[in-house]
Design a binder for this molecule. Structure first.
Ligand code: NAD
Ligand code: TYD
Length: 353
């Protein structure tokens, strides 16, 4: 099977490439990534020799029609997994336009090329699938009770989630209008190796190790439903294998935690692992809240459990230990990815928080 994995050099894309090559030795992956600040080609240096034979990396934009056309003409893809996106809520507050370009127009562009190769007259080649990887954030925010189901109406609040909802809807429209074999997956907050240190968990790990302040937004009681990235990759693998065309699948680990709990747990694990007494709760700084900060996300993953047989295998505390070990063993990776443009962005927008 030939698979186009877009956004392959970002956090989840990288983990997916490793996961898929390890578990599908007869498949070939073309990884397409624009290499924004969030993409890093060095992530693939740990692929085994036999895995490298089944993978090529192409630097490029999902909106580049000519390039994507060329890739389809050479590789005749069976599956597209679209991870490519601008993914950070805080950045979307400073620069919404980039989010619309990639997360809405980029998706449409990719769909249009896939359709031109997969649709023959009025019928579609069999066995093709376009997986649009999306987020629970398109559903908006929950109060203290209840869960997002696939039927929850979309009610995005940030430019990030609104752009993802736009991408989902355009993908869905290709299914309804043209019969395109689209499946949408919506997952909760992922964590694990290779996550860019702008997101909560890796940022807190890096700051704590450097005895820098740990900026907790608002009262720290916002809740996220944490999903270990390998569990997410397994879910997408199942969706490729057994997912029903035109459907949406929610993916969540039932690991809801308040942000302040997550930060305190990171401090505890890091202090135990490093023996560094300067890593303690005095580093925590409650800062001005993120505008439009969603209070709580929590997924109901019953559908993917019942229909596709998926189950999460990592509890939050287990996954967090593994994640922290990975960062402790890959500090050079963190140093290299936060150099350059990203650091400038961070210092400009957050230094006075
Ligand atoms: P990420 O920011 O780490 O990686 C995104 C990748 O996409 C980067 O490598 C970047 O270079 C690439 N990219 C950006 N614009 C591109 C373009 N126009 N063309 C080609 N490549 C481009 O993001 P992530 O955390 O790995 O998220 C992957 C997907 O999963 C995204 O669609 C995101 O919305 C979704 N998602 C992520 C989470 C999470 O917790 N990380 C949760 C729910 C959904
Ligand atoms: P984040 O990792 O940005 O993911 P998302 O906003 O997509 O859920 O943030 C996770 C939670 O952590 C969210 O409630 C915002 C909060 N947060 C902080 O309190 N401090 C920080 O420095 C960051 C990056 C996030």
């Amino acid at each position: 099977m030939n698979v186009l994995v877009t956004g392959c050099a970002g956090f989840i894309g990288t983990n997916f490439v490793y996961y898929y090559l390890r578990n599908h030795k007869d498949s070939f992956i073309v990884g397409l990534d624009k290499l924004t600040y969030a993409g890093n080609i060095q992530n693939f240096s740990n692929l085994k020799e036999e895995e490298k034979k089944n993978f090529i990396f192409v630097k490029g934009d999902i909106s580049n029609l000519e390039l994507v056309n060329y890739l389809f003409s050479v590789y005749d893809f069976d599956v597209v997994v679209n991870f490519a996106a601008e993914s950070h809520v805080d950045r979307s507050i400073f620069d919404p336009a980039t989010f619309v370009l990639t997360n809405v127009l980029g998706v449409q562009s990719l769909l249009s090329v896939a359709m031109s190769f997969w649709k023959k007259g009025d019928s579609w080649k069999s066995g093709k699938k376009f997986i649009q990887v999306s987020t629970d954030e398109v559903y908006g925010s929950l109060g203290p009770d209840g869960y997002f189901t696939e039927e929850t109406p979309l009610d995005p609040h940030s430019p990030y989630s609104a752009s993802k909802a736009g991408g989902d809807l355009i993908a869905k429209s290709y299914y309804h209008t043209f019969g395109m074999p689209v499946i949408i997956t919506r997952c909760s907050n992922n964590y694990g190796p290779y996550q860019f240190p702008e997101k909560l968990i890796p940022l807190m790990v890096w700051n704590a190790l450097n005895h820098k302040e740990l900026p907790v937004y608002g009262d720290g009681k916002n809740v996220r439903d944490w999903l270990y990235v390998e569990d997410h990759c397994r879910a997408i693998d199942l969706v490729i294998e057994k997912g029903k065309i035109g459907e949406v699948y929610n993916i969540g680990g039932h690991n809801e935690r308040e942000n302040i709990y997550v930060v305190k747990k990171i401090i505890e694990i890091l202090r135990n692992k490093t023996g560094d007494s300067k890593i303690n709760e005095s580093l925590i700084k409650f800062v001005k809240d993120r505008p439009g900060h969603d209070r709580r996300y929590a997924m109901d993953p019953k559908k993917i459990i019942n229909e596709l047989g998926w189950k999460h295998s990592f509890s939050f505390e287990e996954g967090l230990e593994i994640t922290i070990d990975w960062y402790l063993n890959n500090l050079d990776w963190v140093r290299s990815v936060i150099s350059g443009d990203y650091l400038k962005f961070y210092e400009k927008n957050y230094s006075n928080r």
